[in-house]
Design a protein around this ligand. Sequence first.
Ligand SMILES: NC(=O)CC[C@H](N)C(=O)O
Length: 224
Amino acid sequence: MKSAVITFPGSNCDRDMATALELASGVKPVMLWHRETEIPAGIDLIAVPGGFSYGDYLRSGAMASRSPVMAAVREAAARGVYVLGVCNGFQVLTESGLLPGALMRNAGIHFVCRDVKLTVENSRSAFTSLYAQGEQVVFPVAHHDGNFFADDATLDRLEGEGRVAFRYAEQVNGSARNIAGILNDGGNVLGMMPHPERAVEDAHGNTDGARMFRGLVEGLMAAA
Ligand SMILES: NC(=O)CC[C@H](N)C(=O)O
């Protein structure tokens, strides 16, 4: 599996994401600066990593979503290229229109930085194929704008179409229906606030995230 990791000014999880992808695939991802206007040929997966792009000014992810590279990411996603947005990456994907809804300030205002329990709500996606349906996993979160909001009709559609990939199994940030991660209608774009790339090796004390990356490698290689 060939992957690319986008870096914006203020990204801080880009190298962790690259390490997780390399561990799973054996191939170093291409690192793409936000000014790039093209996704290199042959890329199967684009990762939009966490951090504080543009210092979270205006709204988290809003300025990054206007970066030249995001037009190329939108075009690639429309061709079926897989896109994984984590934390600030999820915020960038909603601001880009690649995923519905918005990430608002956490209920309770505070930055939340801890391990949280999640339920795998859809194990049939390319991102979750190595998890069992309904399985509980633990991923770290670290954000102040993780409070997922969408109107009721959108939430009903996400639930009805199996596009809620992960749900918090505990109260974390006030997200509507405790939604932690969602898929687009094509199933090739996933945005999530928790950080799978921070739970991929024994030194992390938790390897629950590793199956996301291994599942992607296995699934995308089988499709190639
Ligand atoms: N870890 C992150 O990506 C943080 C995301 C964003 N800056 C927030 O705090 O909400």
